[in-house]
Design a protein around this ligand. Structure first.
Ligand SMILES: C[S@@+](CC[C@H](N)C(=O)[O-])C[C@H]1O[C@@H](n2cnc3c(N)ncnc32)[C@H](O)[C@@H]1O
Length: 380
């Protein structure tokens, strides 16, 4: 995992981060710009979403008619099953309702559905949500929620970070659209990357830089407080299998010669560094990709933020299962290089995956995780 640290792992065990309305609206607008009828007559499932805290529920309920939805289903996870129980309130719908049942309110999940103008005020909105207790605790992986997934067209949410991989595998099933939030590093997971490489999954419209700001219930891990609300910044991104315009915009790039002359990320270099353990050149930043290079190039994972499948083909990553395709020099990694490198006290073996190059032709340097790409036009 690139840039991994113990504290990041610890943070990923925390689940109570709530997505901001504006972030949801901006992201969904990108899909609607591309296909205004995307949600017409469709069923949307929000499987980790209590209307009390979830702006996903608020967004889809408030825009139910504009989007032309057939049905909105939002399910919530029981308080007693959550890792973090502090600071939670009863749902505004539950509190004063005749169905309120004190004996199961903390043990059972809830289902909220929206289909019609229940209160006859001439519009369908959040006031028309109907609710009930679920049989179980609302775990997305339960049979009860899986049945709801199977009858829905879209699975949309910011899922619990602590069990992202399970959620990803549950949500990405054939025939369903999904829009979910993940940590940036998830793109190299072995369940995720092959799907990105095969153009079955891609990142959303929202830029990666700056991460996303979430409201958090984890009081001990707050970055700033706005109007009394605790906020946390997380290097999070959107993952989806729904098309949008940004992904078809090619990255504007310079030639190799111009990059070496003008690009400050290559300042002082006579040429791009070539890896010792991969048949590829190292690209320090996405905008330093030369537009006239035929061979394989190792780019940072943030390249996916600008990836256009008509411009580049992804052939693998140094981080996981697809490595065999590009790890050409495993057998021929020069013995002298291994000896020299190990004599510096660092370790590289034949199975080292991180790309290594001699910086400026002399000092061995390991790069972070790289994605290997090829320019479609010039490599023809
Ligand atoms: C990162 S928060 C996001 C909440 C909401 N989707 C949003 O974006 O504001 C994930 C939520 O999923 C809940 N959760 C944790 N484990 C779950 C599970 N197995 N099934 C369903 N929800 C779960 C957490 O308690 C938490 O409220």
């Amino acid at each position: 995992m690139a840039h991994s640290s113990l504290s990041e792992a610890k943070k990923q065990k925390e689940d109570e981060y709530y997505t901001q309305y504006i972030d949801i609206e901006n992201e969904i607008n990108a899909y609607l710009d591309y296909n205004p009828k995307l949600f017409h007559n469709k069923i949307v499932l929000l499987p980790c979403d209590d209307p009390e805290t979830s702006n996903f529920t608020k967004y889809f309920a408030q825009n139910f008619e504009i989007l032309g939805l057939k049905k909105l289903i939002s399910t919530s996870y029981a308080l007693n099953s959550k890792r973090h129980k502090k600071g939670h309130q009863l749902s505004f719908l539950e509190e004063n309702d005749k169905n309120f049942d004190k004996s199961i309110t903390n043990t059972n999940g809830k289902i909220f559905t929206l289909t019609k103008d229940k209160n006859n005020d001439g519009k369908i909105d959040i006031e028309d949500l109907e609710w009930d207790y679920l049989e179980g605790d609302g775990d997305f992986n339960s049979d009860e929620i899986t049945k709801l997934r199977d009858v829905s067209d879209f699975i949309i949410t910011n899922p619990p970070f602590s069990i992202f991989k399970e959620f990803y595998n549950w949500a990405t099933i054939e025939g369903k659209y999904f829009i979910i939030i993940s940590n940036k590093n998830a793109v190299t997971y072995k369940d995720v990357f092959p799907m990105i490489m095969n153009n079955q999954v891609w990142t959303g419209k929202t830029k990666w830089s700056g991460g996303l700001w979430f409201e958090t219930k984890h009081k001990e891990n707050v970055d700033k407080v706005i109007d009394g609300i605790d906020m946390k910044n997380i290097p999070a991104i959107w993952l989806t299998n729904i098309d949008h315009g940004r992904r078809h915009e090619p990255i504007p790039l310079m030639t190799k010669a111009d990059n070496l002359k003008f690009n400050k990320d290559l300042a002082g270099k006579k040429d791009y560094d070539k890896y010792i353990n991969y048949d590829a050149i190292d690209i320090p930043k996405t905008l330093a990709i030369p537009n006239d290079y035929k061979g394989l190039m190792g780019v940072p994972i943030s390249f996916l933020d600008r990836f256009c499948p008509e411009q580049f083909e992804i052939v693998g990553t140094s981080d996981n299962a697809m490595i065999d395709d590009v790890y050409k020099l495993t057998e021929s990694l020069p013995r002298k290089f291994i000896e020299d490198y190990n004599s510096t006290g660092k370790k590289i073996t034949k199975s080292s995956k991180d790309p290594v190059f001699y910086e400026n032709g002399k000092d061995p340097k390991k790069s972070y995780t790289r994605i290997f790409i090829r320019n479609i036009d010039v490599s023809k």
